[in-house]
Design a protein around this ligand. Structure first.
Ligand code: ANZ
Ligand code: ZN
Length: 851
């Protein structure tokens, strides 16, 4: 027997695929289409196991759908702009472009070595002018359609990466990339008006029934729709009002103060007249603005001395505070505080000695019996201390108070969203230049389309912090396209999440002259199956949904939802190890003897939790090493075999070895099979019983693997292939005709394995005598007659009580069922000594004995 030489076979088939352009996207008019896409990688240097898992899953789908008769689009590209390239430039004196392109070359080679069925002709990198020139054109379309605007506002400033970040990119108060606590800065920035689509983005989630529920929930929460009221509080002695947003207008009679944000115009006014107010506002700004920080920071306020009157009582006035827990960016930037029913308001009221009046009472409590100490009551109940609302339940009270407010013109119903516009300006070099020119006379002037692309200059320096484009001696100095006077180029570049918000549309057709090939987009979109990490739930996945809607508004596409099916795969984990000095050890530093671990020089090793492979914990396994040792097929197989695709996978040496042994076994079974009839000979008569049983295993495997892949249960598909392999292994062809069943089983094994182990499968397919590659061969159909179970379970009751279940042939008649029931020991026991009065048999279901 020849051992399977993965290295040689994989090289050979990859060469054939390249030569024959096997994975070119086909556009056969008579075939349905299928677009499968994995989130494209950032070219950080080398691929990691997470990539292997992600791209293998996509490849299984791509190959399977192709075999099922679809035209398949399965492209790959590079999300190539971003900070790491600039960091490399600073640390290693290498140009960001050179660093990025070098990484792309390396990683493309690594992906190719995995044997992915990708249409490489459609490859692009977002850092190429051939891509970003079109992004600039789209930016101009957004400008023309009112989808982007320049606003001065407080933004999140990342002090390490020296750039602004969008709200989605601040996680627990820290920059998503640098991990540095963000600061507040007031800057003029470009914003994409994602809030225009808040309601539509929310409604669209209900249609995405092939998305994980958790991602939809995360987006729903991020958009954060809330229904409430805007209430006008008149400032006593003036005609001015403070506009307050509340979701609890029912608690209006429990109000004891109003509070405004530090950036509220009224606060700003107060600061002008009062140095203490100004100092308080300054102090507020020094603190972070993330929700987490606001939630945990001590509540602080400054009494402005202003009073407002209660909307339902001209004689009732409330003090107005500037407070650190009120955000200018949400609602109206002002609140009324109801300490009895809101914890923040309660903390605040206790600190500043303000009244605490409960107005909602839990079941069984009354204004006399109920009071609030240091925990606000935010539960259900009936209103009290609330004049016209007394006795109403909360929902009715809300309706009633809104009607009253509207009658008095003291307030209106209002819906608010947590979602903020997407700030896309980045003060960085390695991004798509924003195509705008600032003129002292004309303002922000779009770069005329004929002058695109605005190319990044090559000659930039990274020796000092800050934006190299800003520092460049000449690049920003241009003439105003409108009036011709000297003007200044926008030196901010686009957030790299803009690049990834439309790449999937570009893949449909790479028109050199237009960003999007409308016809191709209509043909291929939406993406049927998108696969990637859940960490993008409210980043990329929300931005892409917005972007598609914005393009639709510009008339450039005719769809709103880009990704019909979404799958979020689990991570690849590995045990962690530490040496006696407490430092992380790499798996390569460790020798295993039996169950005990030691370093190469004999030091003891402590085993830590299995965690996501990461360089910092040194628990990574390099895909290149694995492919070199075991072959790509084994790596692919292992990625799919051990755990459900949505769960984390624990990498283990024994796991990858098991996968390797399986590959060898498949090859052995194929190469050692002798006496097989030729391919495509018809099924002979006279198959032995064991040959028929093998055929049943074969067809059950077809059915189960098909269902497994269809439902993204690759691990169960793999398990079914193992079963078929076992059945073949234990099959001893007794009769002369039985070789046929063996051939069918082997061919099926190979065919079903192809999406997971494409090289081995092709090699085995050729070994079985085929000249047309598997890749061009249709997926098999299960023969229904061979798939149905041949036996059924029958319940046997004695006097209406279940006493046994028996297995019977599916077509067993009444007499046979009755006989089998009486032969069953448990039944004999149950009827022992009794007289049988009646036996009722429902064939295929039940035998009921009356005794
Ligand atoms: C009075 C009240 C009484 C409130 C009560 C709550 C409970 P959501 O659901 O997230 O929309 N609020 C409004 N604008 C705010 C701002 N700019 N900064 C901080 N807090 C603000 O939250 C709405 C509630 O959050 C509003 O309802 C308001 O407090 C507060 F028993 O009004 B509420
Ligand atoms: Zn001008």
């Amino acid at each position: 027997m020849s051992r399977y030489n993965a290295k040689a076979a994989e090289r050979k088939w990859q060469d054939i695929w390249t030569e024959q352009d096997s994975f070119a996207t086909r556009e056969d008019a008579d075939k349905p289409r299928y677009y499968v896409l994995e989130m494209f990688p950032y070219p950080s240097g080398r691929i990691h196991m997470g990539h292997v898992r992600n791209y293998t899953m996509g490849d299984v789908v791509a190959r399977y759908k192709r075999a099922r008769g679809f035209n398949v689009l399965h492209p790959m590209g590079w999300d190539a702009f971003g900070m790491p390239a600039e960091n490399a430039a600073m640390e290693r004196k290498v140009h960001p472009a050179a660093w990025t392109w070098q990484n792309i070359d390396t990683m493309r080679g690594q992906l190719k070595s995995l044997g992915l069925a990708i249409d490489w002709a459609r490859e692009f990198a977002t850092c190429s002018p051939d891509y970003y020139r079109h992004e600039q054109a789209l930016f101009l379309s957004f400008l023309e359609n009112g989808l982007v605007e320049r606003k001065e506002s407080y933004v999140n400033w990342d002090p390490v990466d020296h750039t602004v970040l969008a709200n989605e990119q601040v996680i627990d108060g820290k920059g998503w990339r640098s991990g540095a606590p963000v600061e507040r800065r007031k800057l003029s920035q470009w914003f994409f008006k994602i809030t225009d689509f808040a309601e539509d983005l929310l409604a669209g989630l209900d249609t995405l029934d092939r998305w994980p529920e958790k991602v939809r929930i995360m987006q729903r929460n991020w958009i954060g729709r809330s229904e409430g009221a805007r209430v006008h509080f008149r400032i006593a002695g003036t005609n001015e009002t403070i506009e307050v947003y509340t979701t609890r207008p029912d608690t209006l009679f429990g109000a004891s103060f109003c509070a405004i944000a530090a950036d509220h115009p009224i606060a700003q006014q107060a600061a002008k007249q009062n140095a203490d107010a100004a100092a308080f506002i300054e102090a507020c700004k020094r603190n972070g603005t993330s929700e987490a920080e606001i939630e945990t920071a001590e509540k602080m306020g400054f009494d402005t001395g202003l009073k407002v009157t209660h909307p339902f009582d001209p004689d009732w006035t409330l003090p107005v505070y500037i407070a650190n827990f009120v955000l200018m960016e949400y609602g109206t930037g002002a609140i009324f505080g109801c300490p009895a029913h809101d914890q923040r308001d309660l903390d605040f009221a206790r600190k500043y000695g303000l009244p605490v009046t409960p107005v909602v009472f839990p079941e069984g409590e009354t204004p006399d019996s109920f009071s609030v100490a240091d925990k606000a009551y935010d539960g259900d109940g009936r209103l009290g201390n609330s004049r016209f609302m007394d006795g109403l339940a909360v929902p009715e009270a809300k309706k009633r108070v809104l009607d009253e407010l509207e009658k008095l013109e003291a307030g209106t119903r209002e819906v608010n969203y947590r979602l903020r516009d997407w700030g896309v300006s980045r003060q960085r070099y390695w991004g798509c230049p924003i195509p705008v020119i600032h003129c002292g006379d004309c303002g922000a002037v779009p770069v005329p389309r004929g002058q695109l692309p605005v190319l990044l200059p090559d000659d930039v320096t990274f020796d000092v912090p800050g934006n190299p484009l800003e520092r460049h001696p000449t690049w920003k100095h241009v003439d105003c396209p409108a009036c011709g006077k000297p003007a200044r180029r926008e030196t901010d570049t686009c957030d790299t999440f803009v690049d990834s918000s439309w790449y999937f549309l570009r893949f449909c057709g790479l028109d050199p002259d237009r960003p999007l090939d409308r016809e191709a987009v209509d043909r291929w979109m939406p993406v049927d199956q998108y696969i990637g990490g859940v960490e993008h739930a409210v980043l990329h996945l929300l931005y892409a949904r917005f972007f598609t809607r914005a393009l639709e508004k510009c008339g450039l596409v005719s769809l709103a939802e880009p990704f019909q099916g979404l799958f979020t795969q689990g991570m690849v984990n590995h045990e962690t190890y530490k040496g006696p000095d407490g430092k992380w050890l790499s798996p390569e530093d460790i020798v295993r003897t039996g169950d005990s671990l030691a370093t190469r020089d004999g030091q003891p090793v402590t085993i830590g939790r299995s965690e996501k492979m990461s360089k910092s914990k040194r628990n990574t396994v390099d895909p290149t090493d694995i492919i070199a040792t075991y072959g790509a097929d084994t790596a692919r197989w292992y990625m799919l075999s051990d755990s459900p695709p949505e769960r984390d996978l624990d990498w283990s040496e024994s796991g990858i070895e098991g996968a390797w042994r399986h590959a060898q076994r498949v090859w052995r079974l194929v190469s050692e099979a002798t006496g097989l009839p030729g391919a495509d000979t018809p099924v002979p008569g006279g198959l032995s019983e064991s040959a028929v049983a093998l055929r049943r295993s074969t067809h059950k495997a077809i059915k189960a693997v098909t269902e497994g892949i269809d439902n993204f249960r690759f691990n169960t598909a793999v398990a079914q292939i193992y079963e078929l392999t076992n059945a073949i292994n234990s099959f001893k062809a007794p009769g002369p005709a039985d070789g046929w069943a063996l051939r069918e089983a082997l061919e099926t094994l190979v065919r079903l394995s192809e999406p997971m182990m494409p090289h081995l499968a092709e090699e085995a397919w050729a070994e079985l005598g085929h000249t047309v590659p598997l890749f061009e061969t249709a997926w098999p159909e299960a023969n229904p007659a061979l798939v149905v179970d041949q036996t059924v379970k029958i319940a046997v009751q004695v006097n209406g009580k279940l006493r046994a279940t028996i297995d019977l042939p599916r077509d067993a008649g009444k007499a046979e069922a009755e006989a089998a029931a009486f032969a069953e020991p448990k039944i004999r026991e149950a009827i022992a000594g009794k007289e049988i009065r009646k036996v009722i048999v429902v064939p295929g279901r039940i035998v009921n004995i009356v005794a």
